[in-house]
Design a protein around this ligand. Structure first.
Ligand SMILES: [Zn+2]
Length: 365
């Protein structure tokens, strides 16, 4: 055999290896700060992993608003002291940029208060909003304004919300404001701080700060009469918050996705997923028209170890199974749409989201 021909496959082998390596090595490292946008809408499907999204896509006939996003990443959700997180530690990481201990809110592992993206936004004269289908004092929204060693200290958490400057909030948990063991009436405190305090989203008017309590305590499920308050709240909130030309930060939580998975109840899960996705659609419609708004959609962790065993897109049916009533430790997807969306590609820790938000606004911690 000609010596050169004998050597050719080896040369080709090395060439292909080095070219693969070159591709990896030449991948641009994008640390560029993007300051092209003004507003962020962070949408958290509590307990929403890839199977929850896949199942909802199937029962919705193969489509979802979430899937309108062009950029997808993955975030790792573990807490500082546990592999499988709770909602408080996960939301604190996203809100404050640091992994913290299980069941804590807005404090680091040494007990010192952290500063959340909502607090930083308020300090920089941006508007802020929090919307949830759980109590407004529940772990996920609370991580954006509260600093407590125990996520179940609901009356303390309600106190933390007063005077924080959040311009629009909606959720349950009214009793932690007006039926308190200390006798305080925090609804009066909100009114004296120029909030319109309402029990019905439809009664919100003008651009005055709004506190909307959709339940004394726990809001209804979508299947049992909650109606379209979640998507409608997004529409009302963005109209109000967008009056501030400095920009806004709005967090929207589909809280009962998690509760459905904890009950291992697929019908409940799919109804909550579709409702959350309608809310995502409202946010994306606004962002498309506005051009200055980044929408980020993610979960805080997966719940239930939900898997799809069979299904039919044509018939809009899925046969899912849960392996647990608890949270699980799998990574969860992050979808992004709008200016700065490229920053959300790749695989990162949940705490990285906070820094991506700061970079978007061009703000410091
Ligand atoms: Zn959660």
């Amino acid at each position: 055999m000609n010596k050169l021909l004998w050597f050719l496959p080896i040369l080709l082998f090395f060439y292909s290896c080095s070219s693969e390596e070159d591709k990896v090595n030449l991948e641009p490292v994008n640390n560029t700060v993007t300051k092209a946008g003004r507003n962020i809408i962070l949408m958290i499907g509590d307990g929403m992993g890839l199977s929850q999204i896949s199942g909802a896509r199937t029962v919705n006939g193969g489509t979802l608003n979430i899937l309108r996003c062009r950029v997808i990443g993955l975030q790792s959700t573990h807490a500082a002291d546990k592999y499988v997180t709770d909602s408080g530690a996960a939301a604190t990481a996203m809100a404050c940029g640091e992994k913290v201990n299980f069941y804590t809110l807005g404090i680091d592992t040494a007990g010192n208060p952290l500063t959340s993206i909502v607090e930083i936004a308020e300090m920089n004269n941006l508007s802020t909003g929090l919307i949830t289908t759980s109590e407004i004092t529940h772990a996920t929204p609370a991580a954006f304004y509260a600093h407590q060693s125990d996520r179940y200290l609901y009356e303390n958490i309600a106190l933390d919300l007063i005077g924080k400057g959040v311009d629009f909030f909606l959720g349950g948990g009214k009793k932690y404001f007006n039926q308190r063991t200390d006798g305080l009436n925090l609804l009066d405190s909100l009114t004296s701080r120029n909030y319109q305090v309402r029990d019905d989203l439809a009664l919100v008017s003008g651009n005055q700060k709004a506190a909307i309590f959709i339940a004394e305590n726990i809001p209804l499920t979508y299947l049992h009469g909650r109606g379209n308050v979640l998507p409608d709240a997004v529409t009302v909130a963005v109209q109000q918050l967008n009056q501030n030309k400095n920009g806004f930060f709005l967090m929207v939580e589909g809280a009962q996705i998690d509760w459905a998975c904890e009950e291992n109840n697929q019908d409940y899960l799919m109804a909550e997923m579709i409702d959350f996705d309608k809310a995502v659609g409202r946010a994306l419609d606004f962002a498309e028209a506005d051009g200055n708004t980044l929408v980020v959609i993610t979960g805080d962790h997966e719940t239930g170890g939900y898997s799809l065993m069979d299904g039919s897109v044509e018939n809009h049916t899925v046969q899912g199974q849960f392996i647990s009533w608890l949270h699980t430790g799998t990574m969860v997807p992050v979808f992004a749409y709008g200016p700065g969306e490229e920053e959300f590609k790749g695989v990162y820790e949940n705490a990285a989201l906070f820094y991506k938000f700061l970079d978007f606004y061009g703000l410091d911690q």
